[in-house]
Design a protein around this ligand. Sequence first.
Ligand code: ADP
Ligand code: MG
Length: 446
Amino acid sequence: MFRSLLLMLLWSPAVMAMGPVCKSLFYVPQRVGIVDAYSSGRHVAPALNKYGIETVHVQSEKEIADPYFASTFDPSNFKTNVINSIGDIVGLVRRLIREKVELIIPGAESGVLLADELAHGVGTRGNPIETSSARRNKFDMSERLRSLGIDSVKQIKSDNWERTRIWIENHGKWPIVLKPVQGMGGNGNHVANNMKEAERAFKKLIGFRDSEGRILTEVLVQEFLGNLTYDSEYVVNTVSFMGIHVVTDVWRYHKYKVEGEGVIYSWDELLPSRGELQEKLIAYNHKVLDALEFRNGASHMEIMMTERGPILIENNARLSGASGARLTELTIGKSAVDWLVESIVGTAGFINRAKHRYKLKKEGLIVFIRTPEPGTMDSKLFDKVKSLSSFAEWVPYHKDGERVEKTVDSDTLVAEILLTNKDQEQLHRDLAQILKIQEEKGFLQY
Ligand SMILES: Nc1ncnc2c1ncn2[C@@H]1O[C@H](COP(=O)(O)OP(=O)(O)O)[C@@H](O)[C@H]1O
Ligand SMILES: [Mg+2]
């Protein structure tokens, strides 16, 4: 009913005349709408503004529920902020047409579905609306891969513990993973080692309010992929234009399992773009992007290397978060943000430039500082790492004097430290030094 109303509206001659539909696919938009320009998505508007392209912000929720997202929003980068206060998609589409928006992209994870709907409604370049949920919903994305004959994670999605328990018994292997179907930032992720832990996690997740403010009614339960040292996860970040994918950065993640909770970041290692492993990951990444009909925009894909080969953890239809883009600026000289902006302003030569594979001028990694118990932030305690020869920058997650809770997810991390060095051995010696200080609880006042 709603969709047919939308279709009627969009096909009405008046709206067609007003709208920026039917342009050449290579058009350079003069005004771009960014849905939820938070986290790393906040860097896109200022970069577009430098090219004289105006930006309009679309806020997917009346109030920005996620405190981290709210803290990264800068309305001054935008001509206007259009707030989706009552979920009136038709109204939003009309407003964006009136604003002469010619391209709509998501900034952060919370904007992915709405950006698809609005791009479809306004008629701009984007990704097919029919497969939208396979680019956001973790259950749908892996089921879509399976239906196309691509190996994917074994899983069940359920609101019923008894049904879930039977699935887990039949699966017969521990550990297993329980998580929200549309989670982000590691919120609500659990690794369970036995049925008691699984039941507790399941019951905790039902009714759990996720970071976008949704109350969960179903839990996603998956086989555990990878190894128990939590260092077999990789990331391939890409920017796509008309189905051509450019690899902007490839990473190996080293994670850490918090007792009774999920896994969190420990350190992320930037990899060269070429190598036997990279070729496998990139080939798999492109196969998955095509299966998910991901044709335009930035993507951040998490892949587990397993005995069966690479298997998708999740694809995020947006830029990678944290300081990844910054580290690539320091080590490669060009980030996914730069590539995304190029895919918007330099469309004509993009396909040719897309043959490019990046080269590392320096090695680089990001260390995520965690705490096993609550403490108080004191930035002076980080002075001791600033003299390390690989030290580049650091990003505190809290203000001085603030209480920091035990780290259980991305929101409760203490800080990020960016290291770069031409000498890989020195880089790893400096990493070891930081991990030792962390082990000795040297980064917070306790
Ligand atoms: N099925 C799985 N097997 C092994 N590890 C998993 C699995 N699902 C999630 N994880 C781990 O938990 C992390 C967070 O899960 P993910 O689904 O990416 O949630 P989020 O949206 O919060 O990032 C992953 O990056 C991975 O390290
Ligand atoms: Mg993830």
